[in-house]
Design a protein around this ligand. Structure first.
Ligand code: NAI
Length: 247
């Protein structure tokens, strides 16, 4: 489906891994970037089994300028990029440690900037257009009482504003920039801090119109569409995949 590489950050787990495998199943060449190299390597191996025409795993901390630059030096000019790596730290705002707040913003927002900067530079140079998708969250749009996720919400609000602005800047180059907005999706992130998955599933059933958590492969289908030429007239958009949560 893609002549060029599809690069995914946070590819070692959850939504990123599902996107890597979905792209692989369509015969793409894939690059799995993750701060956890063994997870990225396992995902790249799975991608080859799933049908990727090539797969490379690269250790990459998206919050580090040098690490992101080095990763893109390894993978070269991708055709499509999923800037997805993210973390969540929850604490009441009046007790939130400043270093934890900064870490969330460094990974979720600065990481998206650094990933997109390296990708866009190469896409502009290649002159063939391209597609970039960033991972936002319902937290960018609606509050969540008692969640203690002010840092996460602020970082994702930044990602959404970033996407709109970047889309306008790179439209003249034929490069599209969009966001996916996954709702509560059944990944490792939901288990942060040893959270009780049974209770989360019950809460999801009560609050989410479709009555269940999303699956990573369901989010991946939305992301694949945005990454592919099938969405050729879509840029600056948010594709919400949340079971109706924000409807
Ligand atoms: P996950 O925890 O399963 O996967 C996140 C991946 O990112 C892991 O492989 C981890 O090693 C990697 N990562 C963490 N810090 C990194 C760094 N500094 N550099 C590179 N890689 C790093 O989580 P999930 O759910 O797949 O999350 C993916 C994205 O989706 C995140 O941006 C998250 O905020 C977002 N999201 C998730 C939702 C959910 O309910 N699971 C809902 C809305 C958004």
């Amino acid at each position: 489906m893609w002549a060029e590489t599809v690069a995914v950050t946070g590819a070692g787990s959850g939504i990123g891994r599902a996107v890597l495998l979905a792209a692989a199943a369509r015969g793409a060449r894939v690059a799995a970037l993750d701060v956890d190299l063994s997870a990225a390597s396992a995902a790249a191996d799975e991608a080859l089994t799933a049908g990727a025409s090539g797969a490379v795993a690269v250790e990459c901390d998206v919050s580090s300028e040098a690490s992101v630059a080095a990763a893109f030096d390894v993978i070269g000019a991708p055709g499509a990029v999923f800037a997805n790596a993210g973390i969540e730290v929850n604490a009441p705002l009046h007790e939130f440690p400043a270093d934890a707040w900064e870490r969330v913003v460094a990974v979720n927002l600065v990481g998206v900037f650094l990933t997109c900067r390296e990708a866009l530079r190469r896409l502009v140079e290649a002159g063939r257009g391209g597609s970039v998708v960033c991972t936002s969250s319902p937290a960018a749009f609606v509050g969540h009482a008692g969640g203690g996720n002010s840092a996460y919400a602020a970082s994702k609000g930044g990602v959404s504003a970033f996407v709109r602005s970047a889309a306008l800047d790179y439209a003249p180059h034929g490069i599209r920039v969009n966001a996916v907005v996954p709702g509560a999706t059944d990944t490792a992130m939901l288990r942060v801090g040893g959270a009780d998955l049974g209770r989360i599933r019950e809460a999801a059933a009560a609050q989410i119109p479709l009555g269940r958590l999303g699956r990573p492969d369901e989010v991946a289908a939305a992301v694949l569409w945005l990454l592919s030429g099938e969405s050729s007239y879509v840029t600056g958009s948010h594709l919400v995949c949340d079971g109706g949560l924000m409807a």
